[in-house]
Write a protein that binds this ligand. Structure first.
Ligand SMILES: [Zn+2]
Ligand SMILES: [Zn+2]
Length: 353
């Protein structure tokens, strides 16, 4: 396909980049008279081809930076001056713009990061202050959690003793003697062969903060012990709870319920006398706290922050000026970056750090 000028029936061989129009030799002559200011904006296709055939991308160098390559690039630019087309120039200015944008972006990121690091110190300071105030409270909460765990375990044993007693009592009445019908032990989980010590260690493992939190909720929502036990009759106080391994004990005591009862109460005492210091409420001296809170003086805080960091946006020269005052060591960074459309872009970062 040949691009032909419709007015002059001649092949179009010129392009004016300004108007983005294709023209024949007649057109370009007319165009020159009508738009003398476009004289350096149009090119002949042969010149463009020459330029592209001699184009070396190695020569497209960002000459706005004062680099060691500067001399070389100038030389090559001069030597090829005849075949420099608008496309070459466009490539060069695009590359310079990309170089400039990328390094400007990097400087902005550096400044952004310096601001972040500065405030990170304040964040860490506030976190430390927060933890300092919370520390005693958290320790007390931990103590209470342990206390509740131990008291719940204690309660489980007593409730279990009562359940066993009720069961033995019923059997006593049914059988009209002092022996227990060992076949009738629906409340006892015969598969549960844990002894007292094993059971406690398992319970300690399960006493996660979550479960203790759940138990505390239940304690708060039930005013009576009976309703608390009923509320947890599927978990803490389920009917198959067998803390003493009753099946074995019944054998040992030859189904003598009185002897068995005395034995489990004795075992219970052994268990919880050893850990008196943990379970005894009176030994836990927990402090009370009165918290006074008033809104911080943010004006004061603001002035402290303003004294330590300042970011000035100098719009007229598109400069960034960051000043960080920590101590008297001063560092200055001045980056003169690039010239774009005649204006100088300069970034100045002054740091006291
Ligand atoms: Zn034009
Ligand atoms: Zn024409």
């Amino acid at each position: 396909m040949t691009i032909t000028c419709l007015n002059h029936k001649k092949t179009s061989k010129f392009i004016c980049y300004q108007c983005n129009s294709l023209m024949c030799s007649r057109c370009i002559s007319i165009h020159n008279k009508e738009h003398p200011d476009h004289s350096d904006k149009w090119e002949h296709i042969d010149d463009i081809k020459d330029s592209l055939s001699t184009l070396k991308l190695d020569d497209i160098i960002d000459t706005t930076n004062t680099t060691t390559n500067n001399d070389i690039s100038n030389d090559s630019t001069n030597s090829n001056n005849n075949s420099i087309s608008q496309i070459n120039n466009k490539l060069k200015s695009l590359w310079e713009s990309l170089r400039s944008s990328a390094s400007r972006y990097q400087r902005l990121s550096t400044t952004e990061n310096e601001i972040k690091q500065h405030f990170e110190q304040l964040h860490q300071y506030l976190i430390r202050e927060e933890h300092k105030l919370q520390r005693d409270i958290i320790n007390d909460k931990h103590t209470i959690t342990n206390q509740i765990d131990n008291n719940i375990l204690n309660l489980k044993y007593i409730v279990n003793i009562i359940m066993i007693f009720n069961k033995l009592n019923i059997n006593d009445n049914d059988n009209n003697n002092n022996k227990v019908n060992t076949d009738n032990k629906s409340m006892i989980n015969s598969n549960n062969t844990d002894n007292i010590c094993d059971d406690q260690s398992i319970i300690s493992d399960k006493a996660s903060l979550y479960s203790t939190t759940t138990i505390m909720e239940s304690i708060r929502s039930n005013s009576s012990l009976q309703s608390f036990i009923n509320h947890n009759n599927q978990t803490l106080f389920n009917e198959y709870l067998d803390l003493f391994n009753i099946e074995e004990l019944l054998k040992q005591h030859s189904n003598d319920s009185t002897s068995l009862l005395l034995d489990i109460i004795h075992k219970y005492n052994n268990q919880f006398n050893k850990s008196t210091t943990i379970t005894d409420n009176n030994n836990l001296t927990l402090s009370s706290y009165k918290l006074s809170i008033k809104q911080p003086d943010f004006n004061q805080l603001n002035s402290i922050i303003e004294q330590s960091i300042k970011l000035d946006n100098i719009e007229s020269t598109e400069s960034i000026n960051t000043t960080t005052n920590n101590n008297d060591n001063k560092q200055s960074y001045i980056f003169i970056t690039h010239q774009l459309k005649g204006s100088t872009h300069q970034t100045t970062i002054r740091l006291k750090s």
